[in-house]
Design a protein around this ligand. Structure first.
Ligand SMILES: O=C(O)CCC(=O)C(=O)O
Ligand SMILES: [Fe+2]
Length: 525
C-alpha cells in the first residue's frame, strides 16, 4: 500500500499496468485468431447455403452435396459446438488475481490520490474544469478526464464525506456528459464513444448518488444528475420515491453537513488560509523586510572557501534563513537517490511521548534514513555544511531523504521538539535545519514560511538552512514552515537536523534571552 505518497511507488503501478496491457493484448490476439477461424468456417457454410437456396431441388439431388450436408450435421457441427464451448477455457485472463508479485493500489491509495487532487485544487485555487481538462495553471500536461472519471471521483469523495468537493466534481461530470452526448448522437457512433453513454449499472449509481444528494439537501446537483439519468432512460421516473419530506434536510443543516469531514480544524484557521496564500505566491515579504537582504559570496568558516566562496542568498536575517546555492552536483544527487529508493517508507509524524509513530494526511511523502558513513558523498555533504555554517556536526540525525509525489505535502510545523523527552539530553534540541534539494519541482512544492511571508522554490543542488532556536536556545516559533503540495513533478529533499550540544563556540548564547519576539507565533489564530 501507500503508492500514492511518492513517485517511487507510482512507477511500480505503471509497471503493473504495463503487464496487464501486455496480457490483455495477447489475450485479445488469441481471441481474434479463434474468431477468425470460426468466421471462415461459418462463411463457407453460409456460401453453401446461398447456393442451395437458389435451387434447392437441384442442390439436394447432387450426391456430393447430400454427403457433405450429412457430414456437416453429424460431425462438423458437434465439433464446432465443442470448439465454441472451449473458448472460455482458452482465454486465460486472471491477471489481477494471479499476477504474481504485482502491485495494486489499496482503497487507502485511491482515497489518498483523490485527497491529493482535492488538496491541490484548494491550495492552488485550481478550476475544476481546467484540472479535468489536464490543465494546471494554464499549462496542458495530461489528457482529458472523461465524464466517468469525474463521476467516479465525485462518488468517491461522497463516500469520503467530502460533500463540497463531491458537488464540484459531479457537476463537472454532468457538464462533460452533456457535451459528450451532444457531440455523439447514439445513431452514428459505432466508435468507442458509444461505450461512454451510461449503461444501466452506471445509471443506477447516478440515481443512487442523486438520491443521497437530495437527502443531504443539495437539491441543485441532485436535480441536475436526475435530469441526466432521465435523458438517457426516461422510463426511470417511475422508480423515484425521494423519501418522505420529513427526512429532508433544511438548507442550513445541509450547509453544516457540507463541511468536509477530512479537513481537521487546523485547515479551517486563518493561519492555514495564509499559509496557502504563501504557497500560491500571493503574499511576499514587505519592502522593509526585504531591504536588508543580500545575495553574496560567503567564505563560510573554512579557509578553502576563500578560493571557492559559497553563493549565499539571504531570505531573512532574524530568524536567520538562507540558501546556499550549488552545494551538490547532479551526479552525487543521483547516487543519493539511488541509495535511498530501496529504503523508502511512508513518512510518519512524531507522536506524543509514548505514542506510536503515525501516518497522517498532514504529511504525505516517503522517506528513508541514511547513515553519513554509508557513502563518501554523504560525509562530504556534512563537511560542506559544517564549512558553510560553522556548526559542529557531531550530533546530527541521519540524513532523511524524502520524496513527495503529486499532491504530496507537509503541513506547517516546527522542526524543534517542544517536549525534551523527544531528544537525548546530551544532544539537545534540533538547533538548525538544512534541507538539500535533490530535485527541481515543475510547479508547487515550495518550502513555505507562513509567518515570514516567503516560500523557497526547490532548486536541485541548493541547501536551505535556518536556525530553529534563538541564541538563548529558546525555541523560535517564527520558524514554522511547510512543504507546499507538489502540483506537477516529484520533489526530493535531504533533511539534516543539527542538534544544540557542541555548538557552544559556533553559536554562543547571548547574555539576555531574546525569545520574546517569537512567543506570539506559538498560538494558532
Ligand atoms: O518539504 C519541505 O520543503 C519541508 C520539509 C520539512 O519541513 C521537514 O521534513 O521537516
Ligand atoms: Fe520541517
Amino acid at each position: 500500500s501507500d503508492y500514492f505518497s511518492s513517485i517511487t511507488g507510482l512507477e511500480e503501478l505503471l509497471q503493473t499496468e504495463d503487464f496487464l496491457l501486455r496480457n490483455l493484448r495477447t489475450t485479445t490476439n488469441a481471441v481474434r485468431t479463434l474468431l477468425q477461424q470460426l468466421e471462415s468456417e461459418l462463411s463457407s457454410i453460409e456460401q453453401e447455403h446461398a447456393v442451395a437456396a437458389k435451387d434447392t431441388e437441384n442442390y439436394l439431388t447432387n450426391p456430393v452435396n447430400v454427403y457433405r450436408l450429412m457430414k456437416r450435421l453429424h460431425t462438423d457441427w458437434p465439433q464446432l459446438e465443442g470448439r465454441v464451448q472451449q473458448i472460455p477455457d482458452q482465454i486465460d485472463f486472471n491477471v489481477t488475481q494471479n499476477g504474481d508479485g504485482l502491485s495494486f493500489p489499496s482503497q487507502e491509495d485511491v482515497d489518498g490520490a483523490a485527497l491529493a487532487l482535492v488538496r491541490l485544487q484548494s491550495t492552488y485555487k485550481l478550476d475544476v474544469a481546467q484540472v479535468a481538462a489536464g490543465i494546471l495553471n494554464g499549462i496542458k500536461y495530461g489528457s482529458d478526464m472523461s465524464w466517468q472519471d469525474c463521476f467516479v471521483l465525485g462518488q468517491q469523495l461522497f463516500e469520503m464525506e467530502d460533500y463540497n468537493n463531491t458537488k464540484v466534481w459531479l457537476r463537472e461530470s454532468m457538464e462533460r456528459l452533456g457535451r459528450h452526448s451532444r457531440s455523439h448522437s447514439p445513431s452514428h457512433s459505432p466508435s468507442p464513444a458509444s461505450a461512454s453513454i451510461p449503461d444501466s449499472g452506471t445509471l443506477n449509481r447516478m440515481e443512487a448518488v442523486a438520491k443521497s444528494l437530495f437527502q443531504l439537501g443539495d437539491f441543485d446537483t441532485a436535480y441536475e444528475l436526475s435530469q441526466r439519468v432521465l435523458q438517457f432512460d426516461p422510463k426511470r421516473i417511475r422508480n423515484w420515491h425521494l423519501g418522505d419530506k420529513g427526512a429532508v434536510t433544511t438548507p442550513e443543516e445541509a450547509e453544516d453537513m457540507a463541511l468536509p469531514r477530512h479537513s481537521d480544524s487546523y485547515s479551517l484557521t486563518q493561519e492555514f488560509a495564509h499559509y496557502e496564500k504563501v504557497c500560491r505566491g500571493e503574499v511576499g515579504p514587505s519592502p522593509r523586510q526585504e531591504r536588508p537582504l543580500r545575495c553574496r559570496y560567503s567564505q563560510g568558516s573554512h579557509p578553502y572557501r576563500r578560493l571557492a566562496p559559497l553563493k549565499l542568498e539571504e531570505h531573512s536575517l532574524d530568524p536567520f534563513v538562507v540558501t546556499y546555492h550549488d552545494m551538490l552536483s547532479p551526479r552525487k544527487i543521483s547516487d543519493l537517490r539511488l541509495m535511498a529508493v530501496p529504503r523508502m517508507h511512508r513518512s510518519t509524524v512524531n507522536p506524543l511521548p509514548g505514542g506510536q509513530h503515525k501516518k497522517s494526511s498532514f504529511r504525505v511523502s516517503k522517506n528513508a534514513w541514511l547513515a553519513y558513513d554509508s557513502h563518501p558523498t554523504m560525509g562530504g555533504m556534512l563537511s560542506d555544511l559544517s564549512d558553510a555554517t560553522g556548526l559542529d556536526m557531531t550530533f546530527c540525525e541521519q540524513l532523511q531523504v524524502a520524496n513527495y509525489g503529486v499532491g504530496g505535502h507537509y503541513e506547517p510545523h516546527w522542526d524543534f521538539f517542544r517536549d525534551p523527552s523527544h531528544y537525548p539530553v546530551e544532544e539537545g534540541n534540533r538547533m538548525a535545519t538544512a534541507i538539500f534539494y535533490l530535485s527541481d519541482v515543475e510547479q508547487g512544492g515550495a518550502t513555505a514560511f507562513p509567518f515570514l511571508n516567503f516560500a523557497v522554490k526547490p532548486q536541485l543542488g541548493n541547501v536551505l538552512f535556518w536556525y530553529n532556536v534563538h541564541r538563548s536556545l529558546d525555541v523560535d516559533y517564527r520558524t514554522k514552515h511547510a512543504g507546499c503540495p507538489v502540483l506537477k513533478g516529484s520533489k526530493w529533499i535531504g533533511n539534516v537536523w543539527i542538534h544544540e550540544a557542541t555548538q557552544t563556540f559556533a553559536r554562543p548564547c547571548d547574555v539576555f534571552r531574546d525569545h520574546e519576539v517569537s512567543l506570539e507565533y506559538e498560538i494558532i489564530k
